[in-house]
Design a binder for this molecule. Structure first.
Ligand code: GUN
Ligand code: FE
Length: 454
């Protein structure tokens, strides 16, 4: 007996070098968990189909892929998506971002943004999102509630920021203890949501070292130790952010986070573009990892993350949209951009520099590695049993259908093989191609979706 069997061509990446294609696979789902993935000749398949409450047949050329995992975005920056990217990070925060985030003191405004964002993310095929909310407790807990209600798996963090020199007086926590206490209360409130909202976890969220006092960083590290709740922050994002931490502590950003007990298992550090090899090794030793945000990095980071090196050193890596430092919420676009930026890093970009010294050798990644980061890589970094359609994991999955109205993909049956079709899905599929989405076994986009019937 199962709730659901989805029969489809599955495309997924069990490791960063392998594209696995399962033709005519029957994915059997019970109580939101995958209990079996059966090929056409596998025993038990006919019985599984006969016993299912619902059978969904996805006809080629549509494919079923694991749900996309966005390990870093700013939910509160959704209204500024696509705008205001022409000044450096440290000016952008004060001119555009803090004023917008301050508006989330108004809970009605916040809920309107949260509903628009969460339905937008699901429509792009994002099934897990790790999010910064704002400093406001109420708005933060409302974000967690909306994620649970609309069916997005999410880690939701109240932003802690209390350093008078690094934050405006009208948008900061009142003191280090107020910062830690508000973070603690938001954790308890999110955990208390319960019910269908167990998809949502709290996450401790010091914005970054330049906006936090030593006392707040200490308290947040202790809070993580006491509660076991994981952590997200920004680390060595740009020349300025990296240099600021070196100046204040005489240590790298990663070492400082570690000193405050903030580099722990599943800690997500966003960007990490300026991390040195020692820092990368420290992240790996701690079980922390990087949210690679290639699109945002093109605007704010002053350089591209050597993502291949970080992968080769065994650091956990997922992809992040960094909405709204990144102007596109689509995780498939982040995959394509991750490939593009790695290619530009490898070749170099300044034609005035000789080709032999223009770039960085062996920096490129391919679409398989990028898709792995956007699915299993991100899931492993977060410690979530998603990212791959295999027994024992939760059923978070997306149907990409190039026959959908408005699809950005033209099929070339004479030319297309599996590898080519996968590459084209990753590079070209847009929102119109996202035909169905399930999170934890629940249909949230497409036929029978509770999202669309709301
Ligand atoms: N560093 C601190 N805050 C932010 C933010 O909101 N966006 C980005 N990209 N970097 C940050
Ligand atoms: Fe960010």
């Amino acid at each position: 007996m199962s709730d659901l069997v989805v029969v489809a061509t599955v495309m997924q990446t069990p490791d960063r070098e392998t594209l696995e294609v399962l033709h005519d696979a029957a994915v059997v789902v019970r109580d939101g968990a995958i209990t079996a993935v059966l090929g056409p000749a596998d025993p038990g398949r006919a019985e599984a189909l006969a016993a299912a409450t619902e059978v969904v047949a996805i006809e080629p050329p549509a494919v079923l892929v694991p749900g996309l995992v966005d390990v870093h975005l700013h939910a509160s920056q959704w209204p500024q998506l696509g705008s205001a990217l022409d000044i450096p990070l440290e000016e952008w925060l004060f001119q555009h971002t803090f004023p917008l985030e301050a508006r989330f003191a108004d809970v009605d405004f916040a809920v309107g943004v949260w509903e628009s964002l969460v339905s937008g993310l699901l429509s792009e095929g994002t099934t897990t999102a790790v999010m910064f909310a704002t400093v406001h407790e109420e708005a933060t807990v409302e974000l967690a509630r909306v994620c649970g209600d609309l069916g997005l798996r999410a880690d939701v963090g109240r932003v802690a920021m209390d350093l008078p020199d690094g934050t405006p007086e009208w948008y900061r926590d009142a003191s280090p203890s107020a910062s830690v206490e508000a973070s603690h209360r938001s954790i308890q409130a999110i955990e208390a949501l319960g019910g269908g909202r167990s998809l949502v976890r709290p996450i401790i969220t010091p914005r970054f070292v330049p906006s936090c006092t030593d006392a707040a960083l200490t308290g947040l590290g202790e809070l993580a130790e006491a509660t076991g709740v994981s952590i997200q922050t920004h680390c060595s994002e740009s020349d300025w952010a990296h240099g600021y931490v070196l100046d204040r502590f005489g240590l790298s950003d990663a070492r400082v986070l570690d000193r405050f007990g903030l580099l722990r298992e599943h800690t997500v550090v966003a960007h990490g573009v300026q991390l040195g090899t020692d820092d990368l090794d420290l992240l790996r030793e701690r079980g922390a990892g990087i949210a690679h945000c290639p699109l945002s990095n093109a605007y704010f980071a002053d350089s591209a993350l050597p993502v291949r090196e970080a992968l080769d050193r065994g650091v956990g890596i997922g992809l992040g949209s960094d909405v709204a430092g990144g102007f596109d919420a689509s995780m498939l676009r982040q995959c394509a951009t991750a490939v593009t930026s790695s290619r530009m890093l490898e070749s170099g970009v300044d034609p005035a520099v000789a080709p032999t010294s223009r770039g960085r050798a062996d920096a490129r990644i391919d679409t398989t590695a990028a898709f792995w980061m956007a699915t299993l890589g991100g899931a492993e970094l977060l410690g979530l049993p998603v990212g791959l359609l295999e027994p024992g994991r939760r059923f978070d999955a997306v149907v990409l259908d190039p026959t959908s109205p408005g699809s950005s993909i033209t099929e070339w049956p004479d030319l297309d093989d599996d590898a080519r079709r996968f590459e084209r899905f990753v590079r070209l599929a847009g929102r119109a191609d996202v035909a169905r989405v399930w999170v934890d076994g629940r249909a949230v986009v497409g036929d029978h979706a509770t999202l669309q019937s709301r």
